[in-house]
Design a protein around this ligand. Sequence first.
Ligand code: FE2
Length: 291
Amino acid sequence: MPYLNKAQIQDFEEQGFLVLKNIVDETSLLRLKEKINTIIKRFELSELKVFTTENQTDVLDRYFLNSSAKISCFFEEDAFNEKGQLSVEKAKAINKIGHALHELDSDFEHFSYQQIILDIAKDLGLQIPSIVQSQYIFKQARIGGVVNPHTDSTFIYTDPLSCLGFWFAFEDARIENGCLSIIPGSHNMYLLQQQYVMNREGNGTLFRDTPHPRVEWDEGQLEAVEVQKGDLILLHGSVVHASYPNKSEYSRHAYVLHLVDLKTEWSKENWLQRPENMPFRRLESVMETLK
Ligand code: FE2
């Protein structure tokens, strides 16, 4: 059933994003935030094996690549001291949790596979929508770092492009705590310039230029998009966006889903590859099983 009206679809097509107010109710927000707390409490830092004799970069690369099919915790760069100990408490040092919350945690699965997401994805042209990754992003008070300007299709490449982001604000997102900033209409201004791919050895990642000429994004055109908790920002995969560091006293939690159209071809070079026993699932089919 259609969810968006014609004006909203047109707005999204022109701007490359759309804000929908009051989509997530308070009960869901509380339940999911509670679940996140449980996940953090259970998480053992030793899983990261950050300081071992093995090359630290190799360990972290493998941890990142494996997160495509796991619930993995990622920490702020500055969270560890020289001895490898956390310099702030675990719950305040975490940067994000990803990338298969929607597949492996029943609360997040129920939230992610819901009618409104299917309806919106179809409204915006995805014929066979599938959620390929989920991230719970913390943007911690005072230490939440910058996210440089990028397009999501760089990280989630399909042929033709089909990436669509659902950015659910779990807390108010203001300029002070590093809300999203977006260049309106940039999805129609620039061709995809880079792809974030797995390296040839399959043990790391790199950015690779596409054949399209490099054009500098006009970052002066980034506009802050402030939203309240419960709001949803829909993001076109080719729209340029960023977020500035959080210098405030308030965290800025968000739950972010990225969808693609399974009618397109998933690039085998994408950093995100699922193991054979955990293929991407049709959103619609999963919803049937959850009824
Ligand atoms: Fe993004």
